[in-house]
Design a protein around this ligand. Structure first.
Ligand SMILES: [Zn+2]
Length: 108
């Protein structure tokens, strides 16, 4: 469970992603209980990206997972382009991550 302050950071991060890193399809993010060794995943369903994040993770891991999964939503152009970590994903992830570092001041 997140504290209310952590929940605020989580929602701000989501809003920031939605405003600054638009994907081709709408993105829905759900926090769900998953096995401990899973962080999250992304599926394309009916022109909608569904990102699931393991709700048992601490906030920083959840944010890292969210940035990782969001990059899939940015890089995933066609339904048959499946979930891997190829060059398009790498570029999307690097772009999101460095923008996020600037936004949060983490990169200083
Ligand atoms: Zn991945």
């Amino acid at each position: 469970m997140l504290t209310s302050q952590e929940r605020g950071i989580w929602l701000q991060t989501l809003n920031w992603l939605r405003a600054n890193h638009r994907s081709k399809h709408p993105v829905v993010v759900r926090s769900v209980k998953m096995r401990r060794d899973r962080c999250g995943d992304t599926e394309l369903r009916c022109r909608l990206f569904l990102i699931r994040i393991n709700s048992t993770l601490p906030l920083q891991s959840r944010v890292d997972t969210l940035l990782h999964e969001w990059a899939h939503a940015m890089a995933w152009y066609a339904p048959e382009h499946n979930d891997d970590h190829g060059p398009e994903w790498g570029v999307a992830h690097a772009r999101i991550y460095s923008a996020w570092e600037k936004w949060t001041g983490e990169g200083k």
